[in-house]
Design a protein around this ligand. Sequence first.
Ligand code: MCF
Ligand code: FE
Length: 431
Amino acid sequence: MVCSQKIIGASRVFICDEGFCILKDGGVLYESLDCEQSGDLQSAKILAVGDYENLTRTYPNAQKEFWHNGVLLPTLVNAHIHFEFSNNATNFVYGDFGQWLDSVIAKRDDVLSDITKSVSQAIDSQLRSGVGLVGAISSYGYDMEALSKSALRVVYFCEAMGSNPSAIDTLFSNFKARLYQSMEYKNTKFIPAVALHSPYSLHHIYAKYVLQEAKKLQTPISAHFLESQHEQEWLCHGSGYFYNFFAHTFGVPNPKPFYTIQSFLEQFAGMEHVLLTHCLFADKNVLEIMRENAYNIVTCPRSNRLLNNTYLPLEIKTKTMPQAHTLLHIALGTDGKSSNADVNILEEMRFMLFAYPHIELNVLATQILQMATRNGAKALGIQGGILEHGYNADMVVFEIPDIEHSCQEALQCILHAKEAKRMIINGREII
Ligand code: MCF
Ligand code: FE
C-alpha cells in the first residue's frame, strides 16, 4: 500500500521527454513508500508533473520540498557497468584491445579476489552520482547479493562466455544456476536478464541455449559488440589478433569465428530489449540494420578511448536518410573499472561533452542527458528516465549555482553536477 503522496520541486525540472522540455519552478507529485515496510514488492509512480505552486495548491495534504538553484531530473541510468571488476586500478594494459584482453586473462584472478568492499564502494558511487538504474553485467554472480540488497534499481545481466564446444554443457548449467539464483531475488527493483559476452568469446550453440532462456523469461539481452578492430577483422576475415588468440594462447587447431556480423545480429531478431555495447567498428550498414531492428547501442566513451582509441559516431548518413541524423537508441555507460578510472556517470557525461567537438555544444549536452536518462531506461525495459505521469518515482536533485540565471541549463548541469543532494528511488528517499 502506498503510504503518502509527496511533492518535490526545483528551480529547473528536466522532463527528459523527446523535446527535452525544461520547467521553471516545476514540481513532481509522486507516491511515497517511505513509511512502507514491505520491501520492494510494490512500485511507486509519478502522479503529476507541473508548476510547483499549482501542484501544492491542488494537493494541499502532500508533504512538499523545493530546491532553489536545484535541477530535478529522472535518476540517471548507467546502462553498462561491471561491478565485479571494481578492485581494478592499474592491473590492466590500455591502448590496444588485444593487450588489454591478454592482461585481463593474466591478472583476472587477482582482481576478482576479495571484491566485497570495492563492489559496495561502486554501488555508493552510483548513488552519489545520481544513478538510480544500472545495467549490471555479472560474469560470475559474485555481485548478486550486494546489488539485490542495494537501493539501486538493477537490471542484472547474467553473462555467458565460453568457446570450447566440449564444455558447453558445463558452461550452460553454471549459467543457468546463476540465472535461476538471480530469479529468486526478482522484485520491482531487481530484474534478472541475460548477457552474451561477445561474438568472439561465445560458442554459437551455447548462445542459442542462453537465448532460449532469455526468450522463456522475456528478459532484456546485452552483448559487447564490434568493440575492437581485431573483432571486426576476426568476424569478417577470420584473421588477426583473435586468430593468434585461439591458435596460440588456447591451442585451437585452425580456428574459425563462430559468427559473421550478420549472423550474430540475427540471433536477436524479434527480441525487444537488446543492448549492444560499444559498436565502435560497426559500419553504416550494420548501424542501419541495428536501427531498423530497434536494437539499442550503449556507448562507454572513456572505456573506448582507453581500449580502442576511438568513439562511437553519434550521427550516420544512410541511403534511406541521406541527411545526417542522430541515432535514436543510444544509452550511456561507464563500463567497469576494468576499463575506466572510475564508474562515476557524471564524469562520463562531462568527458563525452569534450569528445565530440564537431557537435554544437548545447545540442550535445541535451543528447547526453537523454542518453543518460530516457534512452537508458527504455533500452533496459524500465518505465523510467522521464518525469511523466505513470513513470517510476525515481528522481534526483543536483544543486547548480545560479542555474536560475542561465539559458544553457543542460550544459551547465553537466558541467557542474557533482553529487546528488536528494535522491528518490521507487518512492523512497535514498539521499
Ligand atoms: O566492456 C569491457 C571490454 N569488453 C569486454 N569485456 C569486459 C569489459 N569490461 C569488463 N569486461 C569483462 C567481461 O565481462 O572482462 C572479461 C569478461 O568477464 C573479458 S573476457 C576474459
Ligand atoms: Fe563491458
